[in-house]
Design a protein around this ligand. Structure first.
Ligand SMILES: [Zn+2]
Length: 449
């Protein structure tokens, strides 16, 4: 019996080894025979965010998912290549949004949001991921989702099950009991806490490890109160400096960057001192905070378009009085302080907070940042090369250079003269695949699905 089991065991091992070998051969054979497609894209201008200038008559050769070469002038003849001629259009790197909420919709917060399950949120995410990609955003950072619906969405996009931008995700955002990243809508007898709640340095350390275990690429936490959270105050600090220090140290030790929701001046400064990588919103940023951010090379993610969108649409939204009271204080302060920050030379990465307003309108952030004081070139840099740096992906996205992933968008006209053109892109390519082409051809991939 013992010998028999042993033989069986060996038989299984040998069979398993043979299967592994067989699969390996099959895979390498498949890789060798899979044709690598070459695409040549031609346009009127190309925006290079690294140099901060336009290149005339660009010709980009794409092999598979990557950019092989960028030149200008005559088009090389490559046998078997597909030519995409975008005429006089301006070609830009695929846009990057470092602050989005794909798994939630505008107006589905508050008590209505309590009835949305995590699977339902993931499906909302599939809808919104498509809208975001077709708006020209080929990469996003999703900062805050209950039930890891963002992890599911990221993995579904990577597997090719649904179309959407390349994603970094945070899972549930960390926060104090009763803070902006908790949920205080239900009374005590429901004993409800949001999944990311953690109080005290040890609990914070555990929670950082937990969200990484379940798939977080980046850590999001709430350092101050917010607008849409009941019973807290955006002018105060929530996490203590000691908790923030542990949170950032543990995240960095495990190779994750840290995105920080921070409104109050004190929370911004303590978060920057703790070493966070980005301050999101930064509404009450003061001169000392600006100096600290410059010293620590911390990115500001201003999420400015919602300020304008909210002013226009809030009166029709029937929001609770406490939301309206907070926003009446926050919106004018934000506009004033963002303008000061933009003129101070603080580094800016584009984040839209889409989900507070409808997904697919993300391009409005370019316009609103220009409205508040960035130049069109700086606004475009914030949504390309700067955002890529904040995400730790400067080697693959954020510019149309040889060796980078073939993510690009195009608009008719010159967006440096009219920044609003970026709100309606006419061509979208991600990883060398065309998802939208209203300039020279049908929407191939987007229509095929
Ligand atoms: Zn947000």
């Amino acid at each position: 019996m013992g010998l028999g089991l042993g033989c069986y065991s060996w038989f299984r091992r040998i069979t398993f080894a043979a299967c592994v070998l067989c699969l390996g051969l099959t895979n390498s054979f498949a890789q060798e025979t899979k044709p690598v497609h070459t695409v040549v894209v031609r346009a009127g201008r190309l925006f290079d965010p690294v140099a901060g200038r336009m290149l005339d008559r660009p010709v980009i050769v794409i092999v598979g998912s990557k950019i092989d070469s960028v030149s200008n002038g005559s088009t090389p003849s490559i046998s078997g290549a597909t030519l995409i001629d975008l005429g006089d259009a301006t070609l830009l790197p695929g846009f990057i949004d470092v602050h989005t909420h794909l798994t939630s919709d505008a107006g589905s917060g508050g008590y209505e949001g309590l009835g949305i399950s995590s699977p339902r949120a993931a499906l909302l995410g599939a809808k919104n991921a498509r809208l975001t990609l077709l708006a020209g955003f080929t990469t996003v950072r999703n900062v805050g989702a209950e039930g890891y619906s963002d992890v599911a969405l990221r993995d579904a996009i990577n597997a090719g099950d649904v179309i959407g931008p390349r994603m970094q995700v945070s899972g549930p955002p960390l926060g104090i009991t009763g803070g902006h990243c908790d949920n205080s809508l239900l009374p005590f007898e429901f004993h409800y806490s949001a999944e990311g709640v953690a109080d005290g340095p040890e609990a914070v350390m555990h929670r950082v490890r937990e969200v990484i275990k379940y798939g977080a690429d980046v850590i999001k936490f709430c350092a101050s109160g917010g607008v849409f959270s009941k019973g807290d105050n955006p002018l105060l600090e929530q996490y203590s400096p000691a908790e923030m220090k542990v949170l950032v140290e543990e995240s960095h030790r495990l190779g994750r960057k840290v995105a920080t929701h921070a409104h109050s001046a004190i929370s911004i400064k303590d978060a920057v001192r703790a070493g966070v990588d980005s301050i999101e919103h930064g509404i009450f940023l003061d001169d000392e905070g600006i100096a600290l951010m410059r010293e620590h090379n911390t990115f500001l993610v201003p999420t400015s378009y919602p300020l304008f969108w909210f002013e226009e649409h809030a009166p029709q939204m029937h929001l609770p009085p406490w939301v309206m009271e907070k926003s009446a204080i926050i919106i004018p302060a934000a506009k004033k302080n963002m303008t000061k920050a933009f003129h101070s030379g603080v580094r800016v990465a584009l984040g839209t907070d889409a989900g507070v307003y409808p997904h697919g309108q993300n391009g409005g952030e370019f316009w609103s940042m220009v409205e508040l004081g960035l130049t069109p070139t700086q606004a475009l840099q914030s949504g390309t090369v700067n955002a890529a740096e904040l995400m730790g992906w400067s080697d693959r996205i954020g510019a149309i250079h040889a060796g980078m992933l073939a993510d690009m968008v195009a608009v008719k006209g010159d967006p440096l003269s009219d920044i609003r053109l970026l709100q309606h892109v006419q061509f979208v390519m991600k990883d060398g695949v065309v998802y939208k082409n209203e300039i020279s051809g049908p929407n191939s991939a987007a229509q095929a699905r």
